[in-house]
Design a protein around this ligand. Sequence first.
Ligand code: PAF
Length: 287
Amino acid sequence: MRLASTAAELPERPREGTRAVVMTMGALHEGHLALVRRANEIAEQVIVTIFVNPLQFNDPSDLERYPRTLEADCALLEAEGVDAVFAPSVEEMYPGGDPVVTVSAGRIGDVFEGARRPGHFDGVLTVVLKLLHLTAPDVALFGAKDAQQVIAVRAMVRDLAVPVRIEAVPTIRDADGLALSSRNVHLSSQDREAALALSRALAAAEAAARNGDPAPDVVRTGMDVLTDATRASAGVAVDYFAALDPRTAHEVPADHRGEAVVAVAATVGGTRLIDNKTVLIDLEGRP
Ligand code: PAF
């Protein structure tokens, strides 16, 4: 496995077959490895980028505290048979400081996760576009768990005609349904039990959609599960539970037909968790 800190050090593209890129900020866990394994399935050459991107942090102390574990990450990636790790320095990515020209997530950046972290998706898209240029993959893989990030990346690729295929890799869940997250370690066993309300709420919303219910009822059904959870445990606070348009990340209208991303964010015992499920709202049998 090659460790490159500049694009020039990356291996040659495979003569035949595809190059896949998995972008990360390091501190790798099973969720990242699921992306890498999927990349290995579909591509002849896999590059993993590791770069803690200052542009997407709102709080400088969060950026400073962000774990940097390059050696351990490389060991994990080597074991997965990755061809190269691209780990540029901040100076390499942003010579001369913050870039003058950046990418705007537009109205995708104003809602839900974007509303809570102003500028975050602009920072994500700016680094993703630059990493796409530097690594020139045929396909780039992102975790479906960060639904709004996937929506923003897909929109950028579509709107700016970036020549790459984006694949969203399904969220890895524990046997009880809890979505894997590096934040789960902060949950006590009681919190962990309470946190299951998120995946239960999404499953209830999915069942309502399958039943032919319109978007507001799909959302209400999931929200009822969460309301019960907040009654049962004082440690659960719902931030949002909504059905999002997969192109814009804005809430779908009441008469929406087609795919919707039902997304939830909640704080459980002080730990903020997000999760989502894509459902099909087809109002079957409804006028
Ligand atoms: O999802 C992440 O880890 C980051 O947002 C990404 C895509 C690597 C960009 O810095």
